[in-house]
Design a protein around this ligand. Structure first.
Ligand SMILES: *Cc1c(COP(=O)(O)O)cnc(C)c1O
Length: 435
């Protein structure tokens, strides 16, 4: 789909009017994409869903594609692995191609498998390579709890003390974004002892987008490997994992990829590792060379690409969900999505700037994707509850942060307007008592 105008020409300067919101919607090349999704309703009224960063909405196609797999199973039984259309064996290649585009990877560098935290463990097996004094792992502070549990438990499994191994880069102020220099300095400071840098691409709490390219460069210069957790980055920000030279990455598919709760996840493994002899990995028959997988030999022989890291028979039902959702992204066009996203965020920022700023603060720096995190010094929970009552689905993080993420596939400029109007009223109501 081609926009009639480059989005950057839209409606500047913005105006604080619903007419401006409507005009932005009218010029939105993705306006009709919303119809491809099921929008949650409460008492017959569509909710304003700003939780695409938590669980992306269900594409209407998903149910049909699931039914197709159920029918294939019903009609063909096990033969569907080879004779369904597309064959179940061939589905991994289709998915890899589509996801590789979003990851900025070669299709051979992507494997669709398991779930995110499981994959973090598997990647640590291959890419945490402590040698001598070079044992440390650098992460961002406030990384997602599951990532921390994975790292710590994995280190304990190796007989290492996580407190000695893990180095956290802290922001200057707790809960705020971490300056790029701070990250670069931390890497340099531990240059001789660093085995691995493992960071989010976009931090789940602040919404900060890290400069992954610079992090890779710095870490490689210091002799460390680099992996990213892209749970909040894939389908949200532009990624160039191959060109940036990242070593590995993992993500889930139920946030910005809309593949449904517990959807099949994915990994990126740079091609330089594919043929590495004696690489450490936990193997299973689904990573065995596809051309000879069913010869059932004793000795494991890996598929010489990222597929070699697969372990088990994949869930074809999960594949169907992911395929349906990737189709909606393909139809919309990834570039068009990113263009709309920057306009959505500019519009949201503009309107937030029109609200009395004394009551809250935006934690999210300019480098970001869809998500905005708002910090409330007091009464944030009350604001959140009132938003929920009014039909806004946003997210509350203890003790004082509201996160919201308008996404280009199904959110509108008018919804952001409604959010602004509601916030204006709520702020008046909640904070008037102490004025
Ligand atoms: C959402 C998220 C997870 C969740 O992990 P699962 O294994 O999918 O439950 C992990 N890490 C980060 C950074 C996340 O944002």
């Amino acid at each position: 789909m081609e926009a009639e105008q480059a989005p950057s020409d839209f409606m500047y300067p913005f105006e604080t009017t619903p007419t401006c919101a409507a005009a932005l919607d009218h010029q939105d090349p993705l306006e009709s994409c919303r119809n491809a999704f099921l929008i949650p309703e409460s008492m017959g009224k569509q909710q304003v869903y700003f939780l695409g960063n938590s669980l992306g909405l269900q594409p209407k196609q998903t149910r049909a594609q699931l039914e197709t797999v159920l029918d294939q199973w019903a009609n063909l039984g096990v033969e569907a692995f080879f004779h369904a259309s597309p064959s179940w064996m061939g589905m991994h290649s289709l998915l890899k191609e589509q996801v590789a585009l979003l990851a900025g990877a070669l299709p051979s560098e992507v494997s669709i498998m398991n779930q995110l935290t499981t994959n973090i463990h598997l990647m640590l097996v291959s890419f945490y390579r402590p040698v001598g004094n070079r044992k440390k792992i650098l992460i961002e502070s406030k990384s997602f709890p599951s990532d921390q549990y994975a790292l710590r438990s994995y280190l304990q499994h190796l007989g290492l003390d996580p407190d000695e191994i893990i180095v956290e880069v802290e922001p200057d102020y707790t809960g705020k974004a971490i300056g790029e220099e701070k990250i670069m300095n931390a890497i340099a400071q531990h240059a001789d002892t660093l085995a691995l840098v493992f960071m989010g691409g976009v931090n789940y709490y602040t919404g900060q987008l890290f400069n992954m390219q610079a992090i890779v460069q710095q870490a490689h210069q210091c002799g460390a490997l680099v992996g990213f957790d892209l749970a909040h980055a894939i389908g949200n920000v532009r990624l160039e994992l191959h060109a940036w030279d990242a070593d590995f990455a993992c993500w889930c598919s139920y946030k910005y990829l809309n593949a449904g709760p517990g959807a099949v996840a994915g990994v990126f493994i740079h091609e330089r590792f594919h043929a590495e002899e004696k690489i450490s990995r936990l193997a299973g028959w689904w990573g065995y060379r596809e051309d000879r997988r069913f010869q059932m030999t004793d000795q494991f022989e890996a598929t010489p690409d990222a597929t070699g890291w697969q372990i088990s028979t994949p869930s074809i039902l999960q594949y169907a969900c992911l395929h349906a959702s990737l189709q909606t992204i393909e139809n919309a066009g990834w570039d068009t999505m990113l263009q709309k996203q920057s306009l959505l965020i500019a519009w949201l920022n503009f309107l937030l700037g029109e609200l009395p700023a004394v009551h809250f603060q935006c934690l999210t720096p300019e480098a970001r994707g869809c998500q905005v995190s708002l910090y409330f010094a007091e009464k944030g929970r009350q604001v959140f509850d009132l938003l929920s009552e009014k039909g806004f689905m946003v997210d509350w993080r203890e003790p004082n942060v509201i996160r919201l993420a308008p996404v280009p596939l199904y959110n509108t400029f008018s919804e952001i307007w409604l959010f602004y109007a509601a916030m204006k009223e709520i702020i008046k109501q909640v904070y008037s008592d102490n004025e």
